[in-house]
Ligand binder design. Structure first.
Ligand SMILES: C[S@@+](CC[C@H](N)C(=O)[O-])C[C@H]1O[C@@H](n2cnc3c(N)ncnc32)[C@H](O)[C@@H]1O
Length: 430
């Protein structure tokens, strides 16, 4: 019996066609797709899973299918979705589409001549990224990449400005038919199983939670914003971490939330009222971070400067499968230059016992440890604050690198997005 109905396959192909044609991300296309609006929760979730699986497998399917992907985008999308189903054993071949059997798809990959190219295609990454993963993780690279190809859990953050505790949120969700359970590492994180649409609950309408991966919640924990203090969220985007910071500060003190992207800042402003946070001041950086007087004045007196930096997004492929091919080696180089510039600027603002928290949703050392090492070479007056010093050994060690210095999360180990965070301060002796 096929669990995946023809309707689901058809709808997934429609979404994939739009992703291919417009170059938009799967999540963005699905959020407003008219064909998905009237669907029940089960069907909507099944379509979303199949779309994410197909888009995530794209670099592999393109190699395995070759000429079979010729023709208009609508047909290409149907072939790709069917191939994703055949590949995972959810559908047998049928004569209506030119998709080979599961065994033939596997043989096509096994027949790729170069070991490097075979590894990259098998794990659905461009060759240069396959190299980068192998350089970073050695024998474990395939395991890390397999973790990134798993479906992401649905994770919520209990908003303690609106509910008394995580358990209270879980109780409210269960009473509304949502299968909710505490997550492993972050005390605010809740996993949701099943397909019930959590955004149609009164708990959501009442602002009791936000959807947020556990890794991002742990980054806020590592930031340890002092309630009553001043926190700069330099790359706030649409405010996922901003809202978590505001709640961690129990609505006291002040968060200045800045970004160069006007659309994302609008989204943050839209989210604020439901969250109950009233210690957040959104401030758009219309001309970038240089020469913005409001930013500089706040930053010089901030207790924490969170840089949730623009990055390759290699840690978040489970949710944003299109990120696998959105960046090339040159784009990564530009990204690294931006990251270094943001770090240098923040280091210039740092005063007293203030801290920089540098975070990425990347698994690539070039964007993570190497950036921190390079900053420390440029700035001898800075030092790393070990995660264990901030959170204590018991909390820190399971979520940090082997040396216990950085927040270091892997989907295959922690079940979270891939994530990195380093905390820095000025050396006390200088
Ligand atoms: C990883 S995203 C931030 C996600 C966000 N903090 C959250 O938790 O939802 C990185 C953000 O950096 C912003 N950005 C890129 N270059 C920047 C710059 N020079 N100054 C400030 N923000 C920048 C991007 O617009 C993007 O929103």
């Amino acid at each position: 019996v096929n669990e995946i109905s023809r309707d689901v396959e058809h709808l997934a192909a429609e979404v994939v066609r739009e992703c291919l044609q417009d170059g938009r991300g799967a999540g963005a296309v699905m959020a407003r797709h008219p064909l998905l609006q009237g669907l029940g929760d089960d069907q909507k979730a099944a379509v979303a899973r199949l779309v994410v699986r197909t888009v995530g497998a794209l670099p592999r399917l393109q190699v395995a299918l070759g000429d079979r992907l010729a023709g208009p985008a609508a047909r290409r999308a149907r072939v790709l979705v069917r191939a994703a189903l055949v590949e995972s054993g959810d559908r047998e071949v049928s004569p209506d589409l030119p998709v080979p059997s599961r065994g033939e798809l596997q043989s096509a990959l096994a027949a790729i001549p170069g070991e490097r190219e075979r590894f990259a295609a098998t794990h659905a990454v461009p060759g240069w990224l396959g190299d980068a993963f192998r350089a970073a993780f050695g024998d474990e690279a395939a395991h890390v990449l397999a973790g990134l190809a798993e479906p992401a859990p649905r994770t919520l953050r209990a908003n303690l400005l609106r509910v008394g505790s995580r358990d209270e949120l879980i109780g409210r969700l269960r009473a509304e038919g949502v299968d909710a359970a505490p997550a492993r590492f972050a005390a605010t994180a809740v996993h949701v199983r099943g397909t019930r649409d959590v955004f149609r609950t009164t708990a959501f309408a009442d602002g009791c939670f936000e959807q947020q991966d556990e890794a991002s919640q742990l980054a806020v924990l590592a930031t340890a914003p002092p309630p009553g203090g001043r926190v700069l969220d330099l790359c706030c985007g649409s405010g996922g971490k901003t809202l978590a910071l505001a709640a961690a500060m129990r609505n006291r003190g002040a968060v200045l939330a800045t970004d160069v992207h006007a659309g994302r800042m609008r989204e943050l402003r839209r989210r604020l009222p439901r969250s109950g946070a009233d210690n957040v001041r959104p401030h758009e950086l219309a001309d970038g971070i240089d020469g913005d007087a409001t930013l500089a004045a706040f930053a010089r007196r901030a207790d924490r400067i969170l840089i949730d930096a623009p990055c390759s997004g290699t840690g978040s492929w489970r949710r944003r499968p299109e990120a696998r091919t959105a960046i090339d080696a040159r784009g990564l180089g530009e990204m690294r230059a931006t990251q270094a510039a943001l770090l240098d600027r923040a280091a210039g603002w740092l005063a007293g016992s203030a801290r920089i928290v540098y975070a990425t949703c990347s698994l690539l050392p070039d964007e993570n440890e190497r950036q921190v090492e390079a900053l420390l070479e440029r700035r001898g007056d800075l030092e790393v604050v070990r995660l264990a010093e901030i959170l204590g050994n018991e909390v820190a060690l399971p979520i940090s690198d082997p040396a216990g210095a950085f927040l270091s999360l892997r989907p295959d180990r922690h079940g979270t997005d891939g994530f990195f965070a380093a905390v820095l301060r000025r050396r006390r002796s200088v």
